[in-house]
Design a protein around this ligand. Structure first.
Ligand code: NCD
Length: 307
C-alpha cells in the first residue's frame, strides 16, 4: 500500500508535494529500468481500460505502453462512436460497466468535469486523460518531470506558457502544478485566449509572479522554459475566429536566436504550426523527449494507484 493506493487522478491541485516526490522518484527508477531493457511485472494480472472519446496519440499509447511495460494488460476504446455512448448510454453507465472488466480506468472526454462524474460512478481508480478544456493532470506530471530533467531543478525558473491558454487543458494543469514551486510565470496569448482567472489567481495566491502579455519575443528573452501550445480548433464555436488566431505564435530557429542558450522548448504535441521543424535539432528542443517521458511517469502512476 502507498498513500496513492486506489486514488483517482482528476486535477492537478490534488497533488501534495509528497505525492509529487513519490511519483517523480518512482518514474526515475522506471526510466532507468527501461533504459537497460529490464523486464518488470509488478502489474501482472491487472487490467487497465483506456476510454478515449476524443482523439489521442501520445496519452493513450503511453498509458498503454506503461501498463504493458509493468506486465499488465489493456482494454482500449479509441473512438466514442465504437461504444454504446453513440446509442445514448450515459457516462455513468459506461463506467459502471467497464469497472466490471478492469482494475483502473483512463478517461478522455470532451466535457469539462467528465472525469469527476466517472470517479463518482466507481470505486476503482479513474485517471483524467483530458476533460474538454478542463484539465490534463497526468500530462502536467510528465511536463514537470521533463522540466526537472532538462533544467536540473525547477526552483527559480522563469517559465513561459504560450498559445491557447483559454482552452488548453495542459497549461491549466501545468500552471497549477508548478504553482507549488518558486517559479515566475509569463503567460503569452492573444487577448482572446488568456489564461482563466482562477488559474492566475491560484498562482498569485501562492506568491508567484504572473505576467501576461501577447508578445512572445519579450517573453523569450527572459525564459528558461518556453511551453508552446496548439490553438485548440475543436473548442472554437466560430471557425473565422479560429482562422484569425491559428498562427498567432510560431517559434523558429531565428526567433530563438534572442533566447538564453540554455532555454528548454516544450510542447505537449501535436504541433500544427507552433514550432518550426528547424527548431527540432536544437539541443533545447525537448518535446519528443517530453512525450517519451510519458511512459515512465504513467508507469509510476499506475504502479502507485494499483498497489
Ligand atoms: C494535448 C491534449 O490532448 O490536451 N495533447 C496531449 O495530451 N499530449 C494537447 C493538444 O491536443 O493540443
Amino acid at each position: 500500500m502507498t498513500k496513492l493506493s486506489k486514488k483517482d487522478v482528476l486535477r492537478a491541485d490534488q497533488f501534495t508535494p509528497g505525492d509529487i516526490h513519490l511519483i517523480l522518484e518512482r518514474a526515475a527508477t522506471y526510466e532507468a529500468a527501461l533504459a537497460v531493457g529490464k523486464e518488470l511485472d509488478e502489474l501482472r494480472g491487472k487490467v487497465l481500460a483506456t476510454l478515449f472519446f476524443e482523439p489521442s496519440t501520445r496519452t493513450r499509447l503511453s498509458f498503454e505502453a506503461a501498463m504493458l511495460r509493468l506486465g499488465g494488460c489493456v482494454l482500449s476504446v479509441s473512438e466514442a462512436k465504437s461504444t454504446s455512448a453513440s446509442k445514448g448510454e450515459s457516462l455513468h453507465d459506461t463506467i459502471k460497466t467497464v469497472e466490471g472488466y478492469a482494475d483502473a480506468i483512463v478517461l478522455r472526454h470532451p466535457e469539462v468535469g467528465a472525469a469527476e462524474v466517472a470517479a463518482r460512478a466507481t470505486a476503482k481508480p479513474v485517471l483524467n486523460a483530458g476533460d474538454g478544456a478542463g484539465e490534463h493532470p497526468t500530462q502536467s506530471l510528465l511536463d514537470l518531470y521533463t522540466i526537472r530533467k532538462e533544467q536540473g531543478c525547477v526552483d527559480g525558473l522563469t517559465i513561459s506558457l504560450v498559445g491557447d491558454l483559454k482552452h488548453g487543458r495542459t497549461v491549466h494543469s501545468l500552471a497549477t502544478l508548478l504553482s507549488q514551486y518558486p517559479v515566475s510565470f509569463l503567460f503569452v496569448s492573444p487577448p482572446a485566449l488568456r489564461m482563466p482567472r482562477e488559474v492566475v489567481e491560484r498562482a498569485q495566491a501562492k506568491g508567484i509572479s504572473v505576467r501576461e502579455t501577447d508578445d512572445l519575443g519579450l517573453a523569450l528573452v527572459q525564459s528558461d522554459v518556453v511551453y508552446m501550445t496548439r490553438i485548440q480548433r475543436e473548442r472554437f464555436a466560430d471557425p473565422v475566429e479560429y482562422d484569425r488566431l491559428k498562427d498567432a505564435y510560431v517559434l523558429t530557429r531565428a526567433t530563438l536566436g534572442k533566447a538564453k542558450p540554455s532555454i528548454t522548448v516544450m510542447h505537449p504535441l501535436p504541433r500544427v504550426n507552433e514550432i518550426s521543424t528547424d527548431v527540432d535539432d536544437l539541443p533545447g528542443a525537448a518535446y519528443f523527449r517530453q512525450s517519451a517521458n510519458g511512459v515512465p511517469v504513467r508507469m509510476a502512476l499506475l504502479a502507485l494507484l494499483l498497489d
